[in-house]
Design a protein around this ligand. Sequence first.
Ligand code: NAG
Ligand code: NAG
Ligand code: NAG
Length: 350
Amino acid sequence: MSMYWIQYFAALVIISSSFVFHQSNAGKNCDVFQGSWVQDSSYPLYNSTSCPFIQKEFNCQKNGRSDNLYLKYRWQPHGCSLPRFDGVELLRRLKGKSIMFVGDSLSRNQWESLLCLLYTAVPGTKYTQATSGDVSTFTFTDYGVKLMLDRSVYLVDVVKEAKGRILKLDSIEGGKLWKGIDTLIFNTWHWWNRRGPKQPWDYIEVGGKYYKDMDRMVAFEEALNTWAKWVDTNIDPAKTKVFFQGISPSHYNGSSWNEPSAKSCVGQRYPVPGSTYPGGLPPAVSVVKKVLGTMKKPVQLLDITNLSLLRKDGHPSIYGLGGRTGMDCSHWCLAGVPDTWNQILYSLII
Ligand SMILES: *[C@@H]1O[C@H](CO)[C@@H](O)[C@H](O)[C@H]1NC(C)=O
Ligand SMILES: *[C@@H]1O[C@H](CO)[C@@H](O)[C@H](O)[C@H]1NC(C)=O
Ligand SMILES: *[C@@H]1O[C@H](CO)[C@@H](O)[C@H](O)[C@H]1NC(C)=O
């Protein structure tokens, strides 16, 4: 090879490596939500036995799950890499601040994941735990960081009246608990399709009218609009960062990952390879995106649906709350997929 070509290739290598370096700033030039799962033996980011705060529902290894390949995947966005999660760095950055997850048990899933990611970074650190009504607060006392969870499955209010329990699509009194928090991460979806004994309301009220029932997707959108108005009215973006967690998918039907013989997620040991989920997106995703698109205040969508759809192997299945008689293909094992949601959250906060 002539000297000219050697120099030419050397220049190419330098240009392309500086391009890679530039691209590693996740969130700036690349969509961190598009990518695929790659095996990485340096994962999981923590051992569940080192995190004493995982509830039974999510503690798959403790509940007897013996395969562990599902713990050894890292999310690899196309065109950039996520920074590795550094718990000490995040605690320093959040000093004196509060971060609150608001929503259903998927919010609890992500809250516990973040708790484990932070706690295992500073094991044995001083902390306090408190519960007040629907709000759980874990305080890292040495860092002055409050990690909070407000259980609010619909975000809008459910109120007991003479008629019964009323789901009020245009009332959001619960929002008083969210004021003054530095970072808010909202989520709601999984409860909107509940019927029968699992449905915690008797009537839906909207615009002063009561309904025995209505199209659940319409009700969901109405409630999200109420929430969006609350954010637009009450949030000062200079003080508070707002995220929406996005729709966390379930895996109860193997047809959606081209394995029709699979009646649930039980026995799934590997993610769907590649970047595309054969079953497509849950319809709730487009409702969330539509509502976020109407908002005046900045809200960042943690668009975790696609990456989570690929993880049919990440659920507790028979290693959750119900054990062998249960079948949980909605929540996620910890350690596991919500750690990646938090890694992305980290990349957007840091
Ligand atoms: C977690 O720690 C336990 C006890 O030290 C060990 O047996 C287990 O293999 C570890 N799990 C992983 C996934 O590293
Ligand atoms: C699973 O999905 C397929 C394809 O959409 C559908 O035909 C089938 O009825 C579904 N099975 C169950 C148990 O819902
Ligand atoms: C998400 O998945 C859907 C369905 O597989 C696909 O159509 C879409 O392009 C994906 N979006 C991203 C951002 O990867």
